[in-house]
Design a protein around this ligand. Sequence first.
Ligand SMILES: *Cc1c(COP(=O)(O)O)cnc(C)c1O
Length: 394
Amino acid sequence: MGKLIYLDNAATTKTSPSVVEAMLPYFSEYYGNASGIYSIGVKSREAVSKSREVIASTLGAKPEEIYFTAGGSESDNWALKATAEALREKGNHIITTKIEHHAILHTCEYLQKQGFAVTYINVDENGLVKTEELEQAIRPETILISVMFANNEIGTIQPIREIGAIAKKHGILFHTDAVQAYGQKPIRVDDLNIAMLSASAHKLNGPKGVGFLYIRRDVRIRSFIHGGAQERKRRAGTENVPGIAGFGQAAAEAAETMEKRAAYETRLRNELIDRILKEIPYSRLNGHRTRRLPNNANFSFQFVEGESLLIMLDMEGICASSGSACTSGSLDPSHVLLALGLPDEIAHGSLRLTLSAETTGEEIATTVETIKRIVARLRSMSPQYEDFCRRRSS
Ligand SMILES: *Cc1c(COP(=O)(O)O)cnc(C)c1O
């Protein structure tokens, strides 16, 4: 087998060599606890502070508004559960959308069992949140609006500014799961009236198992992990110093390369989309044509099982996915594609390809040719397709 073609960067990314480099000293040399008063502890503490400053500056935030966590899922859980608990006196209603990541959706289901009411807003056929519906859903007891910045399956970028303005007008906290968008899109939290924002290092060439939750200074939120006094007593536990150092490096690099990378990935991504739609009949693009993450393409091929397509791509050394990593392995159609209004059989046949700055034009060309061949082969074995062709020609 030749070189792998990795097109699953929405699931996770390769840790860049410079990030690994930035992490190494904190394993072997400056391994001291960041709470220690001796010099190797001071070095650890400095690394944590530096990353906090770098990350804060990428958002136009203050360092003391950044709380390190163990990843996007923890940040999402914290934002929702701790807000719900802290504002329980004020109200019990939360608004979110039907296309959130499971870290949000399953947390909302948990909160419903605890007596909270949750409204799940619909999206249009391109995956854009219906903002009028969102505003109409607001009740006197609404305490939180949580809408993802960009969707992990279809890449659609939400009207975050508009949603932030609605939240502000009604005096409701606004949380956004920006795990896909952070490092890909410029974000200024104050401009957008974001009160809380989740991000995760491994989606931007950083290490796995480290994330942050931005919490605006005026938001009173409960601590999530109880224990020591780390993270301003709000998130206990010895700091993941190497991970945090790596996250800082990854965030700095992502900010620095963002514009060029987005232009490069958008060009390749458009080439991929244009060729697939033109060269493969009965294919469709899922998500908005232009309001999508620069590196995301998501297709459905009528009469083709997504799982079979993925397995055959894997045999040809192409790593792709059918949606989120958490749903592959289960045979349920994607909740995101169902929310777009796609019928079950099309929602089953989806393929997500997510590029990186390392993806080449040649890889895209190989991928298109391979998908063409596999789709044709799978269709040739499909009784439904045969039926469809027979009916069409008669
Ligand atoms: C990956 C992802 C998460 C989960 O982040 P982890 O760091 O893997 O826990 C949450 N939300 C979105 C939108 C994601 O893409």
